[in-house]
Design a protein around this ligand. Structure first.
Ligand code: ATP
Ligand code: MG
Length: 148
């Protein structure tokens, strides 16, 4: 599988939301987006944009403590924060949630025991307001990323 890479730089929260919105608008049923990067880097912020792009009216808040939240839009959004899964043994339920219909967005996917295949991988790095967003993906996601 050939992987492609794209790097974007945003300099505000609003710009990162706009990147997410584009992804949400272009997202297809079954799309899986993994978000990794340090605490507070902007993972929930880009997810708010994805939700906007999916036409979700409800405000997306971090599922850090609930682990998973779902929202109904053009496609159902399953928003997972796996931060607290490190070493905890109920990854099986999470995997079921990831592969159900709709769009799955997984913050801290690196904390899930099994690797997630065929997802759009987004790694973020932020210094001050400058956020570097690196997308790695196969052809399945090319149309979604195109135009960013
Ligand atoms: N360019 C930028 N893009 C995104 N967020 C930014 C940017 N510049 C500053 N910020 C700020 O960084 C913070 C990002 O918080 P956010 O909750 O999205 O991080 P997170 O990666 O989800 O954190 P956690 O690891 O705790 O889940 C927000 O307060 C946001 O305003
Ligand atoms: Mg978060």
């Amino acid at each position: 599988m050939t992987l492609m890479n794209k790097q974007l730089i945003t300099t505000s929260e609003a710009q990162t939301i706009a990147v997410g919105k584009h992804l949400g608008e272009q997202a297809f049923d079954g799309a899986i987006i993994t978000l990794n990067g340090d605490l507070g880097v902007g993972k929930t912020t880009i997810t708010k944009g994805i939700a906007l792009g999916l036409g979700i009216k409800n405000t997306v808040t971090s599922p850090t403590f609930t682990i998973m939240k779902q929202y109904d839009g053009r496609l159902r959004l399953t928003h997972i924060d796996a931060y607290r899964l490190n070493g905890i043994g109920f990854d099986g339920d999470i995997e079921d949630a990831i592969y159900q219909p709709g769009v799955a967005v997984i913050e801290w996917s690196e904390h899930i025991a099994q690797s997630i295949e065929h997802g759009l991988s987004i790694v973020m790095h932020r210094v001050g307001d400058t956020c570097t967003i690196t997308l790695t993906y196969d052809h399945t996601y090319a149309a979604m990323v195109e135009g960013l």
